[in-house]
Every structure is written in C-alpha cells, then in structure tokens.
Design a binder for this molecule. Structure first.
Ligand code: ZN
Length: 333
C-alpha cells in the first residue's frame, strides 16, 4: 500500500509523491493524519535547511490524527482514537530527561527532522509520544497544541506570573499564541508589530514605547527586536530568546552592567516537552486560549508550494494542510 506525502530530498526543493505505507514496529503506532499545521520552521527547513534535519525526510511536526494500527507492545491508545503527536522522541535517561526537560534531551529525535513527519496521509509515532485529544475538541483546534506548547515552554522559562507586563515582538501565529497564553495566565501582553494589518488584528502597537516590561519575548528573529527589548526590559525583567537570531551566526552586543544593576535575566526557549502538550490541549479545550479564529487557510498537501509562499510573505495567519483533500479550500481572513 502507498500513501501520498511531501518529501524533501535536497535543501531548497520538495516533491509531492507516493511512498509505501510505513508499518508500526514495537511500541509504535500508525496514525491516519487528519490535519497538519504549517509553520515558519517548515519554510526554513525546506528552503534553507535546519541544524536538526536529516535527509531525505517527510517534514511536518504539528500533527493530529486517528490511531489506525498499533504495533506490538502498545496498550495505552486504542484504534479510532484521536491523538495529538508530541513531536519529540526522548531517551528518558539523560540528565535533561530526568529533569523533565525532554526538549533538551541529548538524544532527541524530532518528528519531521530526524524522523518522518505529518506532511503525509499517515505517520508513525512512538506510543509514548501520543496524547489523547479531549472529547469534543476538533482536530484543527487540537493541532495548535504544538505551537502553543512551545509558547508555554517560553512562558515557563520567563517565570511568568500573574500581573506581569509582557512585550511580544511579532503578531504572527507565534506572537498571537504567546499573547493569548500569557493572558490566560493573568498577565498583560502587548504585541509589537510593524505590519499594520497584523497589528490591527491583535490590537498591538508599532513600537514598545518606554516600558518597563517584566517579560520581553521575541517571536521574530531580528536584531532590532532584541535591541529594543533590552532597552525596555525592567528591573528583574526576563528576556526570552524565543526566536533564534537570523541569519545564523549573527551576534549582538549586550550591556552586562545594565543586567547587573537591574538584576535582569536573558534566557533561551526552544521547542517543548511532553507535559506542555497536555497543558496546551487543556487550555484550548477550555477555551482559555482560543485558536479557531487564527486559521487563515485550509489547503491540500499538494498545494504546499503555494502555502510556503504565503508563510514567506506573511500573507496569512495559521495555515493548515489536509493530506486527504485534493481540492483547494482556502478561507482567507
Ligand atoms: Zn534524554
């Protein structure tokens, strides 16, 4: 049996093709992909490459689907159940794993990077990566669990507390989810966004103003955002490096005396751990982090090229791909 998928054989290109259906091995589950989310990381991975990418590869790290077939040794999930796939496969033994920071696992294997991902009709996943989707929650809302998990990890690294004033650079899907997640924790977020349309959608502002802010998060990898963030970070403020500084290898000067006198913290955030997935699904299911209004396009897998252009030009908001759809069904906001 074959399945349709997107395959990257070399950086800069991809093909819509058919490959044989993978079979679940011990502890693995075959998932029929219902929907897969497209994000900026996929654009980077396909067009420029990524530190963790091993070729050839089926990308796609935001996946929700239905359990199709279980391999030997699986007993936790049942056939027909809707699951969210935590994209990491962690060793469970290293120092990071023992601390519950699976995203820092030394032997981490990420779906869509080291292992084949969800830009396909089916995907294989280890059973322990699966999280059941709460009853009544649609696949297209549940698929936001992955990007929201990364935001929850960032807010955890920021030691966010109720009442914190939070500045977020960027008002795309990540910036919007960061703001909504911060608000659901009782903080006061504001998005800083140069694009008028996106700024208007979120009620953000063009510059950070004078501040000071308790937490600064950059969801855009540009130097100017980080420079501005350092200027408006208050005493005991936390700056989270959520988006890597682009281009790769770019460096910045930091005034260490300012960090010293104002007791500030600069901390990184990368990916998410499995428990963030549980928390993300709960917040979405309870309506504490609304996501449905963020879907700007619903597209078929074969239209990936067009979808990547939309991400590159920041035209849409969240783009969802449907591996079983052949028809274009765009719903622009
Ligand atoms: Zn580990």
């Amino acid at each position: 049996m074959n399945m349709e998928c997107i395959q990257v054989r070399e950086i800069g290109s991809f093909e819509f093709t058919r490959v044989s259906l993978p079979q679940p091995g011990f502890g693995e589950v075959l998932i029929r992909v219902e929907v897969t989310g497209l994000c900026r990381t996929d654009l980077k991975l396909i067009r420029q490459g990524h530190r963790d990418l091993i070729l050839p590869r089926i990308p796609g790290e935001e996946v929700v689907g239905i359990v199709e077939k279980q391999g030997p040794g699986c007993a936790e999930v049942s056939e027909g159940e809707r699951v969210y796939v935590y994209p990491g496969l962690w060793c469970g033994e290293c120092e990071a794993c023992r601390k519950g920071a699976e995203n820092m696992c030394r032997r981490m294997q990420i779906m869509g990077f080291h292992r084949d991902g969800g830009f396909a009709q089916y995907v294989l996943a280890p059973e322990r990566s699966l999280i059941p989707v709460p009853l009544g929650l649609s696949a297209e809302e549940a698929v936001f669990a992955e990007p929201l998990s990364c935001c929850l990890n960032a807010l955890e690294m920021a030691r966010l507390t109720e009442g914190d004033r939070v500045a977020i650079w960027g008002a795309g899907p990540a910036g919007t989810l960061l703001a909504r997640a911060a608000r659901s924790a009782g903080a006061y977020p504001v998005n800083i966004e140069p694009d008028l349309r996106r700024r208007t959608l979120i009620g953000g502002r063009e510059t950070a103003g004078a501040g000071p802010y308790d937490v600064c998060l950059a969801a855009v990898g540009d130097r100017q955002a980080y420079e501005e963030a350092l200027q408006v970070l208050g005493s005991r403020g936390r700056l989270v490096v959520f988006s890597g500084l682009a281009p790769l290898g770019e460096q910045m000067m930091v005034d260490f005396n300012r960090i010293h006198y104002f007791e500030q913290t600069i901390v990184g955030a990368y990916g998410c751990s499995r428990h963030h997935g549980l928390e993300a699904l709960e917040r979405i299911a309870q309506g504490r982090v609304p996501v449905r209004d963020m879907i700007s396009h619903r597209m078929a897998l074969c239209d990936l090229g067009e979808a990547l252009d939309l991400v590159a030009h920041r035209t849409g908001m969240k783009i969802l791909l449907y591996p079983w759809n052949r028809r274009k069904d765009d719903a622009a906001i």
